[in-house]
Design a protein. Sequence first.
Length: 596
Amino acid sequence: MFLFNFKKSSAIIVPILRRCFDQDPVVRKMGSSFSRSYSPNSNRCSDNTERRGTISRVDSTVEYVESVVCNENDLKENEMKVFDIGDEGKVLLVKQKGEINALGTKCTHYGAPLTSGALSDGRIRCPWHGACFNIKTGDIEDFPGFDSLPCYQVTVSEKGQVKVKAKISDLKSNKRIKDMGSVSPCDGSVVVIVGGGPSGATCAETLRSEGFKGRITVVAKENYLPYDRIKVSKIGTVTEIEKLQVRTQDYYQDANIEILKGVEATNVDSEERLVYLNDGSKLRYSALYLATGSKPRVPDVPGINMKNIFTVRNFEDSMNILGTLGSEKDKDVVVLGLSFIGLETAASCCPKAKSMTVVGKDAAPLGQVFGLEIGRSLQKLFEEKDVKFHFGTTIIKCNGENGAIKSVELDNGTTLPADMLILGVGSTFHTDFLKNSGIKLETNGAVSVNDKLETNIKNVYAGGDIAYAPVYAHGNKQMSIGHIGLAQYHGRVAALNILKKEIPLKTVPYFWTMLFGKSIRYAGCGKSSNIQIEGDINELKFVIFFFDESDKVIAVASCMRDPIVSQFAEFLYQGKSLHKKDLKDDPFAWTKSIVP
C-alpha cells in the first residue's frame, strides 16, 4: 500500500491536474461536434471555459487536426472566409458580434459554397436553394436538406492567432447528423406521421433529436424510405433508389423510428385518435402529423389511359419514363405543361428523344411566373436545344395503336406524333381520406391550420403541400405552397409544437428550377404583373423585382446573380420591407441592411 501526504504533495499534483484540464477543458460525448466561439473583449470563450491556447487530446479512436488558420484581424465584422486547416481540409470562419465561429464550408444539401451565401443575424443562408444554418451550432434551421454542418473548436491566442481544432472525418464529410437521443419504454406517447416524404421524415427526425422519447411511426405510401424527390423530374439523374434515400434503414432503427412502407391511410377517427390503414390495421396516436402531399392532375380527355402516358411525381414515374425512352433516341415525346415539372422533364428527356414538343396554354415557358420577357428568353434557350413549342393550346384527344399512344390532337387543329406523353399540368391534394375525420378542409382539399400548424382538432397537425397555412412573408395570410424546402420546414415546426414548444411559422417561400444548366431562383410569394428587371434578359443573367398594388416588393427572382435571392429571403425574414422607390438610385442598396 502506497501512502503519501496530500498536503505536502499538492504543490506537485495540482499543477499536473491543472495542465491536464487546461489541455482539454471540454468534456463531451465522443463523435459529436461542437463549436466554441471567442470574443476578443473577454478572456473567456462563449462556452464559458477559459481561453488556454493550444488544445490537444489523447484519443485512440478519433483523429483530429489542429492548426492556426489565420490572424484575428484577417476577418472583419460580419465577414465569412474559407481557410485551410493544415493539409486536411478547409473551414469556414464567420465573425459576428466580435465572435469567431468555425463551420463546414459547403451547404449539406447540394454542396453550394456557403461563403457566397447570405449572412444574417446568427445564421447563413445557402446561395443556391435557401437552406439556413446556425453559425454557432451548425444546426440546419431552414431547408431543403437533412444534415447540419460540423462545427469546430476555435481559440484565439493573446497574439491574435486563430486556432481551429477539427475531427478529420468531419472535414471530409462536411456534414453532421444530429444526435437522435433515446427512447423510454415507460413513455406511452405515440406520434403517427402520415406521409413518407421529406416533410414527414423531417418531423420524425426533429421529434427524436429534440427529446421525444415515445413511439414514432411513419406511414409511407411508397415502398421506399424517404428520398430526395427533387430529382424525380430530372429524368436519369439518379437511377438507384439507394442513392436517393436520405437515410438508411439502420439509421431509422437506431433512432427508433418505425417506417411502414407501401401502406396508405384510409381514414382518421379524430375522436378515438385512430388512423386506419389499407392493410386492415389501425394505429392509435397521442399526436398526429399529416403530410400526404399532392398527386398529379390528369386531364379528362379521350385516350388518356393508354400506355406510355406518364405523370411525374415519384421514383417509379421517373424510372418508367427513362425505361420507355430507351437508348435508341427513337421516341417522339410530347410534354403537356409549361410550368416547372413540364419544363424540367422536357429539358432532361430532350437528349434521349427523337423529338421533343411542349404544349401549353400559356404564351411562353413559365410566363405566368416570371413574365413574358423572361419566358421568351427561356423559349430561345429551349429552341436552341431543338425543343418545339405549341402555345395557347392544349390536348383534346390521345390516339393510339394496340393500346399505346401514337399521337395527340390539339384544340387548335394540330396533330402531333407522340410515342410518349408526359403530363405536367398541376396537382391535387392527397386528402380524400380525411373527408369524414372532422378535420377542417378547404374546398380544394387543403387542410386549414394555424400558425403552429395545428388543425381545428387538438394534437392533429398538417404540413407540406396540403397545409393551408399562414405565410409570414405574405402578411401571415394563409396559402398552400408546394415547395420541398417549405415542406421540410413545416415538418420541423410541427415536431416542435407537438412537443409543446409553441413555435410559430416564420415562412419565406423559396424555390428554384434548373433548365439546361440555367438555375432560376425565387423567394417571396404572391402573383404580380408589375415587375422591374435588372440585368441582361437575353443572356439570362438578371434580377426580377415583383411588386404588389402598393409598389411593395413581394418577391425577387434571379438567374446567374447569386446570392441576391437568398439575401432577399433573409431581408423578409428579418421583417423588413422594400418598395419600388427604394430601388431608384441603387436597386441593391438594401442588401447592406440585412445584418444588423
